[in-house]
Write a protein that binds this ligand. Structure first.
Ligand code: AMP
Ligand code: ZN
Length: 114
């Protein structure tokens, strides 16, 4: 996994604007932000996609959502509202194959896919 971009950012082997980290996860600013707040939350453990996660990862997956909750509060968008997105595999628009949550906010998010 030495060549995985997000593993490298998590290990600080590659630059990233890290805004939060704990034992299980790291969060950093997206390099091409689509909103005033655009933060990526990744597990330290390399999991390529959401479908590569399994029952053993259930606590970790819950933890990542709580990290999104915490950061949304920290940056002041919790009450206004925000969105958490996981793109999975090619038709889901995934470009980086290390599981990540996009935390988007700071402007009205108009695109409603569902
Ligand atoms: P996805 O399409 O869900 O795989 O999202 C990948 C995201 O990673 C995109 O929003 C990119 O802008 C972002 N990204 C790519 N390279 C970097 C990087 N070096 N640092 C921070 N974000 C990045
Ligand atoms: Zn990785």
């Amino acid at each position: 996994m030495e060549t995985c971009l997000f593993c490298q950012i998590a290990k600080r082997e590659r630059p990233g604007k890290i805004v939060y980290e704990d034992e299980q996860s790291v969060a950093f600013e997206d390099i091409h932000p689509k909103a005033p707040v655009h933060i990526l939350i990744v597990p330290r453990q390399h999991i390529a996609t959401l479908v590569d996660a399994n029952e053993a990862d259930d606590r970790l997956l819950g933890h990542l959502l709580l990290v999104a909750n915490r950061i949304a509060r920290q940056v002041g968008i919790a009450d206004r509202g925000f969105r958490v997105v996981i793109n999975c595999n090619s038709e889901g628009g995934q470009a980086v194959y290390h599981l990540h949550l996009h935390l988007l906010g700071g402007r009205p998010l108009t695109w409603h896919p569902a």
